[in-house]
Design a protein around this ligand. Sequence first.
Ligand SMILES: Cc1cc2nc3c(=O)[nH]c(=O)nc-3n(C[C@H](O)[C@H](O)[C@H](O)COP(=O)(O)OP(=O)(O)OC[C@H]3O[C@@H](n4cnc5c(N)ncnc54)[C@H](O)[C@@H]3O)c2cc1C
Length: 500
Amino acid sequence: MSAKQTVCIIGSGIAGLACAIRLAVHGFAVTIFEKNSHPGGKINVLEKDAYRFDTGPSLFVQPQNVEELFKLAGEDIHQYIQYKKLDINCKYFYEDGTVINAYSNKEKFAKEVEEKTGEPAQHILSYLKESKNIYTNIGNVFLNHSLHKRKTITEHGILKALATTKPAYIFSTLHAANKKKFHDPHVIQLFDRYATYNGSNPYKAPGMLKLIPHLEMNEDVFYPQGGMISINKALYNLALKKGVTFNFNTTVQRIIETDNEAKGIVINNENHFADVVISNTDVFFTYLKLLNDKQQAKKILKQERSSSAIVFYWGIKKEFRQLYLHNIFFSKDYEAEFNSIFKLKNPYSDPTIYINITAKMEPGVHAPAGKENWFVMVNVASDEGMSDEAIISLYKKNIIAKLNRLLQFDIEPLIETETVLHPKLIEEQTVSFGGALYGTSSNSRSAAFLRHPNFSGRIKRLYFTGGSVHPGGGIPLCLKSAAITSQLIIQDSKKWKRYD
Ligand SMILES: Cc1cc2nc3c(=O)[nH]c(=O)nc-3n(C[C@H](O)[C@H](O)[C@H](O)COP(=O)(O)OP(=O)(O)OC[C@H]3O[C@@H](n4cnc5c(N)ncnc54)[C@H](O)[C@@H]3O)c2cc1C
């Protein structure tokens, strides 16, 4: 029996970790090279002045994607991580004083919407039913398989999925589809917001994105004890247990390629050979920096990037009883806001604000007693210009003015510690072009088909995984990306000649 086939993975983002676990369980010898001193990429933590913040993702849905990894590895997930279902998925605040609690109980949520806006509860329930149908019939095929393999068409039912696709899912925008379904503007805005779950614009993204609420409203939202960083820790510990080797503070300089085949990577000017190379770094930078292929890199940029964000991590010396774990303060003119993010690439004076407060779940643990850890995020263009100091100050001023208005409290004197994240820092820390949170956006009908495949068409044994490739960004899709990439490698490796 020959030695194990070797895999090297560039980057330890969540998709890199998940690929490593899947392939190690399958008998590959896996090594991860990570430029940072810690695993997890965009999932990270900040501890400052007795406060603790998740710095990146904060919404946890579809824990089954994580559970699947532990099942495959034959490990008990609860030995690694605990999580619980939320009773309120999100609290929505509007400028006219309307507050909607998105209860996890669908009927209760629908009733709440009817009471607060007059939109019939039945409209909400039938929308969620359709959302489930789209996810089950179409999403499942598109999100769990490579769109660039004949097998997906012949065996995995893509034609059947396309047959259930209504023209409106493709030819109508998410906003137009929502406007057709609901008459109340609060409700339309609430459901338009789901386009931002992959950094897109509801006025451009197709109606197909109606499937996103299914993940949250039919399948529930969860909170991992210890915050999102616990997901990271759990996967890192599982990878270690399955024999994955980690090299931190190690930047991969180049992918070794000869005769259209990947042979390994270069680190510290030394060659490190492997049977398989997986890039978990942004596909644009993979081509530009690791393969020196400027033409291909330029081609990637033809697809619009997702939005980025400015995040303020504020230690707040007060508790706000009206807030919960996830809170949204909507802008008055959503269309103007998205126009500003995606077209004008300008700062917007009345941004929609998202506040995440993990202290609500674990009082006294993530913030001192009687205080709260606020993760305050606004969506901005994935553009270096958005990291300008003057623009960040302007956002801070506008955010504070809006929160003062809607919470009827003077917020600024309560901020006892502050750290800021912006597009340039996101790019520096996680090598995402322009600081895009989710790789490419879904702002066109064909976006799903144009996203880069999980393998290289030209270079054999080179694969891609993570938010910048199929099926896209966000934790659930990155975990699906890892499953698709690993499956392709497992299949392809059966045909490979060994060199040893
Ligand atoms: C502020 C913010 C909020 C977000 N909110 C949510 C949310 O609520 N829910 C959600 O699901 N998603 C959210 N996301 C998106 C989500 O975090 C990402 O889609 C996901 O984490 C990306 O994972 P990935 O596997 O693509 O890799 P990344 O996290 O992008 O990691 C890539 C890794 O590769 C490493 N790397 C790059 N180049 C090299 C090299 N040459 N050599 C060695 N290592 C290298 C980087 O250092 C990094 O660690 C958010 C992201 C941010 C930044």
